[in-house]
Design a protein around this ligand. Sequence first.
Ligand code: SF4
Length: 397
Amino acid sequence: MSRLSRREFLASSMLTATALSSCQANRKVLSTKKVKEYAIKCGADIVGITSMDRFEGLPRQLDPRQIFPEAKSMIVLGFRLFRGNFRGIEEGTFFTAYNIMGHEGLRWVFQPVMLWNFTKLIEDEGYEAIPIPDNFPWSNIDKLNPDEIGTDFINVNPARIGKIDGNFSRTVSPEKPYPDIFIQLKVAAFCAGLGEIGYSGTFLTPEYGPRQMFAAVITDAVLEPDPLFTGKLCEKDKCKMACVKDCPSHAISENETVKIKVAGKELEWAKLDFNKCSVSFHGGDKEYNPFMVTTEDEKGFTAQPYTTSRKYKMAPLYWYGRAIEGMRGCQIACMIHLEQEKKLKNVFKNPFRRKAPWKMKGELISKAELDSKIKQQEEKEKQQEEKKTKKVKVDEQ
Ligand code: SF4
């Protein structure tokens, strides 16, 4: 599908007062085909649509219908994470691409810009639309890590989610849930027929496997929902639970699972130890973090709560998250397996893994030792420089 020219893009993005009032006065039926084509033109890689009734069964604190009771459809947009973002981590030489162009750039820059333009199309047609990038704080969810509200989204367990204790917010009336409602985008992607939730808890699509992030738009436009995904991507017997084995922090449980019921289906995935995951994610594994040099670094990278370790050393360079462990289990191991099984549409000329993956010994030195080493090296360089200068002077004489 060809991309919009700059002119077409700007023209489609400009909403004049006249156009708005004429749209409102003259409500047209918005075509599903047009919506999907426009989503791709605006920059989404994949798009699926769900009707809102498929969210029946979710705890109300997770139910998007609580945000917009008159909504008829949710458009779920998938954005690929480039395989190339993982290359530098695979080589052990360039960690910034995955963090900045993956986690940060996608969530904080590209998704909001894409959604900004895409939402205009729907509102231009006279339908209200709520753009939801994957960077909202998802407040009122997290009970495990009270230092950072809204971070336990990975492992949604309805038994716990319902237990809002009123510490963070009050309901505006007794029949309403607490603000803010949490939209779990992987559940939305399932309802929109984009793929399935893998055993690791990561969403898998036939296009990119585990390599994407999602955003959504909720609207009162009636659109044709996509059928639920009927394929089978995650076959844990075949891959021998590669995600569980390769996760450096052993955060993905081999046998404990969480279950939710949505769209008339029961979904199940591995229980995630969020605390273990967050230590690895923020650089706490000495075998996999080349920026951990000294024993003081080890303390800094593993400091708890992890909002402290997140700020250590790499901030503000790797401000959001970090993903220094490179998502070895839930993304890389899974992607390698699905590519080997030829289950993905985004195919590459060469396999991702070409040699045994690296793992450091994890030997660290103290800060005092490091400072003394650096001082010795500087002294050596100074002496060499002085020697050179002396030699030049002698040669000139
Ligand atoms: S690595 Fe295997 S078990 Fe884990 S999510 Fe991927 S396909 Fe499923």
